[in-house]
Design a protein around this ligand. Structure first.
Ligand code: G1P
Length: 296
């Protein structure tokens, strides 16, 4: 019998949600930044739905102090559901129930010290175990016909290995992100990554393709992150871990067919809110009308 060459299915996703959200203070003084809303949904729920669309079955949240409300959000709110039922608000009740993750499909662990993204991902190693997994950074909202993680899965199915979503950026802001070097095509949207650098000094970036915060990674990354080597900003960087793993395993870039918005900044958050409203069938027409009226 011929053995299948399909790479193993990606079942689990890590959501690093321990950050303080200092760039959008005072909004985040008592609310985790991941719970800020895009119209009527917390950004974290929007990102979680992107993962679910891509076939993810288990959702791992790496949280920190004062983030308990995230756990509550993905739990059943018995009193609320009961009140909605008694008041006959059955549409929203059905929506809440449909969106709630099934029992046993979420895990929460804490990043006890703010040591960087690589460290946050490493904190989930025991929950992930020995299988490839996804990472989604909830600061980054991706809006397109299909979600960014689903598109990453297509490249993973075609090429295997590790997959990193990228998009073009203005070279003037490349120093704020992770940047990849672009090699030969491996599929319609996929290419071989030839280099990766986290927050390259100005004018040294290997290209203008920046890492947008969606990854599919092999579990060997955990052994590398465990070493705790510090990189840009004195932090344990996920990008540096990937650079080490790249010596042994292929990394593929996936050029996202859509747009990513950085909700960590005030303007990015505003853009994401408008783009999200315009992407919703139930809101798009009215939103377009109101925005046009506001702009005069
Ligand atoms: C992280 C990653 C970086 C990526 C960025 C996207 O950086 O390290 O490679 O481009 O997210 O938002 P951070 O935003 O945590 O500084």
């Amino acid at each position: 019998m011929p053995t299948s060459t399909r790479p193993p299915r990606i079942r689990k996703a890590i959501f690093p949600v321990a950050g303080l959200g200092t760039r959008v203070l005072p909004a985040t003084k008592s609310i985790p930044k991941e719970m800020l809303t895009l119209v009527d949904k917390p950004v974290l729920q929007v990102v979680m739905e992107e993962a679910r669309e891509a076939g993810i079955e288990h959702f791992i949240f790496v949280t920190g102090r004062n983030k308990q409300v995230i756990e509550d959000h993905f739990d059943m709110a018995y009193e609320l559901e009961d009140s909605l039922q008694k008041r006959g608000k059955l549409d929203i009740l059905a929506q809440l129930r449909a969106e709630r993750p099934a029992a046993g499909t979420t895990s929460f662990t804490r990043q006890q010290e703010p040591l960087g993204l690589g460290h946050a991902v490493w904190c989930a190693r025991d929950i992930v175990g020995d299988e490839p997994f996804a990472v989604l950074l909830p600061d980054m909202i991706t809006i397109g016909k299909t979600g960014c993680m689903k598109q990453c899965m297509e490249v993973y199915k075609a090429a295997g290995g590790n997959v990193v979503a990228v998009e073009e950026c203005d070279p003037a802001i490349a120093h704020q992100y992770g940047i990849v070097g672009v090699g030969k095509e491996v599929s319609k949207q996929g290419f071989r990554i030839t280099a990766m650098v986290e927050k390259p000094p100005r004018s040294t970036a290997p290209s203008n393709r920046y890492i947008t915060g969606r990854y599919i990674l092999q579990p060997e990354i955990f052994k590398i992150l465990e070493k705790g080597e510090r990189g840009a900003g004195g932090e344990i960087q996920l990008t540096d871990g990937m650079v080490s793993l790249m010596k042994k395993q292929p990394f593929h870039g996936m050029t996202y067919n859509g747009i990513t918005y950085d909700c960590g900044s005030k303007l990015g958050y505003l853009q994401a809110t408008v783009a999200y409203a315009l992407s919703r069938k139930d809101l798009a027409d009215a939103a377009r009308r109101e925005i046009a009226a506001l702009l005069g």
